[in-house]
Every structure is written in C-alpha cells, then in structure tokens.
Write a protein of this length. Structure first.
Length: 245
C-alpha cells in the first residue's frame, strides 16, 4: 500500500485551521443569578400603641379644639422611628414635622370622625390605635323660675325659692353660679360636686335641675341671675325679676 504525500495546498489549509482554533476566544462563564432577599413580613402589633382623648368625652363642637394624647411603646425594645396621625377629615401629619404625640386638632364640620395613630419602630414593627370623635352643634340652655308654691310678690324677709334647669346638648356642665340679686351669690362646680338645694334632681352629667333660696330685706324689684358654663366654654345666663312689696 502506498501513501500519497500531502501537497502544499493541503498543508496550508491544515495550518490555517489549526491557528484559527488556537486563537478563538473562549465564551465567558455565565454569572450566577443575584440573590434577592425575600421581603420583610409586615408585622402589626396593636398593643404597642395606645390613644386617649382629652377631655374624656369623645365629642366636640365645630371649631372647638380636641386634644389628642398618644402613647407609643415598642414591645421589641427598638426606638420608635415614625408615627402618623390621621384625623379622619382628610388631614394627617407625620413625625417629626409639626406632628407631636400630644397634638390639638380642630373639626370645622358636624360629623363622626375616625382618628388613627400609626407608629413604626426601628425594626419595622407597626402598631395602630383608633379613636372616634363626634362633632355636634353644642347648645347650652338655662331657665330660671319661681318655686311653684310661692311665686312672686313675697313680703320682705320671707324666703323666695328659685328653681333652675340647665342642659348642654354636647358638652358637660362644669360650673354654675346663682345670684339672688340682693348681694348673695353662690358659685359651684357641678361637674365634680352637684349643687345642694331643695328637691335637687340630677338628670345627667349634661343636665341638672335644682333650686336655691333667696331672702330679700328691702321692698322693691331685684334681678336674680343664673349663669352656667359647660366643658366647651359656652356660657348661658337667665334672669328673673323678683318683686318684694
């Protein structure tokens, strides 16, 4: 068997192929996919946040201020990073810009509003507390009259008993002052200590009926006066002309 010698052309082709394979760049390795950490769970712990309203009643009158006192404690021991008040009327604020935990808000319209305080600590624990505020039109009314069995035109040195009623539709009665018009006055706090008088009847914390005695030592006409104040600062006054012949 005879072998043919490679010619020059075949040798040249083989050499070109060999050089091409040796100089071709290798494909770069495929990098591994980047690690994406799973999102942190949204933790809600409502026991960490408490909201109280001062004064204690959950109602106010339009344009009257309501004081909110927020208390925030984290069960994780981490510092509180942010908190947000949402007053339920489209107004909200977020700390630290003009948003304290103790804050005052004004409601201009009648209605019931749901107030939310939400706080987040440095570990991402979120707490939320709710409160409700009802805004009503506060009407404080008073009335002063004679004791039915006596009436007006009592002789001097006799005891004239004047009866009165007071009622607040939204507030709490706080102070009452009676004035016989003869220099005798009596001011009491009926929120803490209901007034004493004959046949006193407490109809409720926002309504009272009572009476007070007056003795007139001079003939003529005196002006008795009743002045009542409620927890929203409203004052109502009633007067009555007392004639002693």
């Amino acid at each position: 068997m005879s072998l043919t010698k490679p010619n020059a052309l075949n040798l040249l082709i083989a050499l070109v192929l060999l050089i091409g394979c040796a100089t071709r760049p290798a494909k770069p390795p495929v990098p591994p996919a980047p690690y994406i950490a799973p999102p942190a769970p949204f933790v809600t712990d409502a026991a960490n946040v408490a909201v109280t309203i001062t004064p204690a009643q959950t109602y106010a009158t339009p344009t009257a201020k309501v004081n909110f006192v927020g208390t925030v404690i984290s069960s994780t021991g981490a510092a509180i990073s942010t908190w947000t008040w949402n007053f339920g009327d489209g107004i909200y604020c977020t700390s630290p810009n003009y948003c304290a935990l103790n804050i005052t808000h004004y409601y201009p319209k009648v209605g019931t509003y749901s107030v939310t305080l939400t706080a987040t600590d440095a570990k991402g624990v979120v707490g939320t507390a709710l409160a409700s505020v009802t805004v009503e039109n506060d009407m404080l009314t008073t009335a002063l009259s004679f004791w039915p069995s006596a009436g007006n035109n009592q002789p001097i040195y006799s005891t004239v008993i004047l009866t009165y009623t007071a009622n607040s539709t939204a507030g709490v009665l706080t102070n009452i002052t009676t004035d016989c018009g003869n220099g005798t006055t009596n001011a009491q706090s009926i929120f803490n200590n209901p007034p004493n008088g004959p046949n006193i009847t407490i109809l409720g914390i926002n309504s009272v009926t009572s009476a007070f005695p007056c003795v007139y030592t001079k003939a003529g006409t005196s002006t008795a006066k009743l002045t009542v104040t409620d927890s929203f600062g409203k004052t109502s006054t009633s007067t009555l002309a007392v004639v002693t012949p």
